[in-house]
Design a protein around this ligand. Sequence first.
Ligand code: B12
Ligand code: SF4
Ligand code: SF4
Length: 314
Amino acid sequence: MADKLKTMAIEEEIKQKALSLGFDLVGITSADDIECGQVEKFKEWLKADCNAEMAFLEKDAEKRFSPVSILPTAKSVICVAVNYKLPQSAPKDSLKIASYALYPDYHIFIREKLLLIAEFLKSKYENLKFKICVDSSPLAEKALAMRAGLGFVGKNRLLTNSKFGSFLLFGELITNMPLKSDKPIERQECGNCRKCIDACPTGALTEDGFDARRCISYLTIEHKGRIGSELKDKMDSHLFGCEDCLKVCPYNEKAPLCKKQKYGFAARKVKVEIDTVLNWSKEDFENFADGSPIKRTGFRRIKRNALICKKNQG
Ligand code: B12
Ligand code: SF4
Ligand code: SF4
């Protein structure tokens, strides 16, 4: 019984620690494989070529649903999320840049904070082994977060929390430490709403599907080659990423704003004009993108996107 109380307490301590570091949500799940037919669904999605040219999704298809493939001794996964709902509206007449890219690179921010949690755990559990994942690892982050009780996957394919909405970014600490799991969320809570499906400019979303080949976020960030004219015409002035399907979500309307200046996670306010981007030298681009996830997309793709925006602006 005393042991049980001790184990109970550590989960609470982890959560307090995570919140004190600036995370908005934290939940715990076991390191067991993700079931409910998710691997099969994912493979069907790949078979239909809905992953476009993101070959990295094919390479580790099975692994994505198995935290032990990342850490063989894994027992638990601590899932965290940061709310990034912009505290200010984007400047008018600016090209559209996904809000997350206006903050310091979240991969670094989340990883550093998860390392602090790992250090804290080491002081409690001598033989601690751990792996940190933020986006880049082959791990189905949304399905895991759902199992850790953080929210449900909405029709826009994003993990949505009833209080914080879906302007959320995720990270995980996989550990060999046995921890008590939180209650999973098992149902989608969109009801009859389909605002995201109707708002998607390219028809990438359907009631139960998502086609990355048509997604402006994919086209502007990941896609390397030319973009076909049917899709180009629908890209409006999206320079980097897209969040049309987040903006209309009722859960995001009522969600709190991101106020994490004191944690070093504050959005910059930038107005990006078309002619400025078209005139950027490689060095100008690198200065602009320094410390931001935009850097990964690179100079050539940003220029390609800017030319499309110019054409769409008429
Ligand atoms: C590849 C990828 C993309 C691709 C494909 C997007 C997609 N929806 O798959 C592109 C480049 C288009 C993209 C775009 C964006 N992305 Co992205 N992306 C990823 C990445 C690396 C893998 C996602 C993946 O595996 N997709 C394949 C599909 C089939 O899998 P899935 O969407 O995870 O769906 C599975 C589960 O959700 C689960 N599931 C679905 N429904 C249900 C129901 C139940 C009951 C259960 C148990 C499970 C379950 O089963 C599905 C199939 O296996 C993740 C990070 C990660 N490692 O997970 C980030 C991630 C999903 N992206 C993120 C973000 C922020 C974005 C953008 C908002 C960025 C932007 N503003 O431009 C857009 C949103 C576009 C959209 N509507 O999805 C965040 C999402 C945060 C959130 N609130 O959910 C993630 C989690 C990164 C992170 N660490 O925070 N992204
Ligand atoms: S990110 Fe944009 S293009 Fe992609 S699904 Fe959402 S609204 Fe559609
Ligand atoms: S806009 Fe509506 S359907 Fe789409 S994710 Fe939000 S609640 Fe669900």
